[in-house]
Design a protein around this ligand. Structure first.
Ligand code: GDP
Ligand code: CA
Length: 330
């Protein structure tokens, strides 16, 4: 069985562990979000690709959910003592080795697709992990200038800041007016991305952030169209449970694009493939939200309410089994 998934960081990576546990023999391709990628102290950092690689490769910090287990932060502390910004980005000492290899390889002319494959040769994540694009497409957030700059009429100046600055430095506490994926007009899908969607037996949208993880991947030319036209069923899993994201600040992202933080609103945002123009055939929601099943099915989306908390591998495997059965594939 060929399974293709679009994935952000933590929510995507953890769900994929369940997919591999449910279908150990499946050929799994993961299309990773690179909109969050950032240069830090001269190093190229790809947070979502690394979260998937470390999680599936057994190197992730179980407690933090990002970065390496048993990590130290000596280099970060030394840089802070020099007063070098950004001090708010958590670069661990072990993690830095990954970014050094990636940066050197980029300077030698390799593509992010090739570099990711090379890094995965060490981690053996059990999936083929490919970036959504090898080109620059960087998520920026439009906010009122945090330093309070105003125009001549006294209105706050709007500026674009890197997604990581908004997410980590400001903890998404300053309201976002919107998101801009800088460079996406020229970005092409990485080799294998469209084929993986076209040739899949099922396409999964894990409970990743619908706006800045899945939403970002969908903006790359051809990817949303491939989801609309593939013969494979497309099944999504809600990251919103009981009116809140299970983890993180996805509610701030949904609000910025005018959506309520509910499993129903996110299903409606993706839309039904059966109604033309939409992206999903099925949507898993948590048992807490069972009252929304009828409303979601009336959108033309198959829906089932099951436990969606990824508390351990067994619970996560059960979620993956439900997703596959919604696709009639178990
Ligand atoms: P990020 O790039 O690290 O932010 O990770 P993702 O975009 O892949 O996933 C973030 C989303 O995962 C958040 O919106 C969370 O609500 C969701 N999430 C995290 N843990 C769980 C869980 O146990 N169950 C569900 N349903 N969603 C989860
Ligand atoms: Ca991310």
């Amino acid at each position: 069985m060929r399974i293709t998934a679009l994935a952000g960081g933590i929510g995507g990576a953890r769900f994929l562990r369940g997919v591999l546990a449910a279908k150990p023999d499946a050929e799994v391709t993961v299309i990773g979000n690179t909109g969050d990628d950032i240069w830090v102290h001269g190093l190229r950092v790809c947070p979502d690709l690394d979260t998937v690689m470390y999680t599936l490769g057994g190197g992730i910090s179980a407690e933090r959910g990002w970065g390496r287990e048993g990590e130290t932060f000596t280099v970060k502390d030394e840089l802070a003592d020099y007063g070098v910004e950004p001090t708010w980005f958590g670069l661990g000492d072990k993690d830095i080795a990954t970014h050094l290899v990636r940066t050197q390889s980029m300077q030698a002319g390799f593509t992010l697709t090739d570099i990711t494959a090379a890094l995965c040769a060490r981690w053996q994540p059990g999936v083929r992990l490919i970036p959504m694009t090898d080109d620059r497409a960087e998520t920026n957030v439009i906010v009122d200038d945090p330093d309070g700059a105003a125009d001549t009429a006294g209105r706050p100046m709007q500026i674009a800041i890197h997604f990581q600055e908004w997410w980590i430095k400001y903890r998404a506490h300053i309201p976002a007016h919107g998101f801009v994926l800088v460079g996406v007009d020229k970005a092409r899908p990485a080799p294998g991305v469209i084929e993986a969607i076209e040739q899949a037996d099922v396409v999964l949208l894990p409970p990743s952030n619908p706006v800045v993880s899945i939403g970002t991947i969908l903006q790359v030319s051809g990817i949303a169209d491939a989801l609309r036209s593939t013969n494979a069923p497309v099944i999504g899993v809600s990251p919103v449970v009981g009116g809140a994201p299970v983890r993180g600040m996805a509610d701030a992202c949904l609000k910025a694009i005018g959506l309520e933080t509910t499993a129903l609103a996110v299903a409606g945002h993706y839309g039904a493939r059966s109604h033309g123009g939409g992206l999903i055939d099925g949507w898993l929601i948590d048992t807490t939200d069972a009252a929304s099943v009828t409303a979601i099915e009336s959108l033309g989306i198959r829906c089932r309410a099951v436990p969606l908390m990824m508390t351990d591998l067994d619970a996560t495997r059960a979620m993956a089994v439900h997703a596959l059965s919604l696709a009639d594939l178990t």
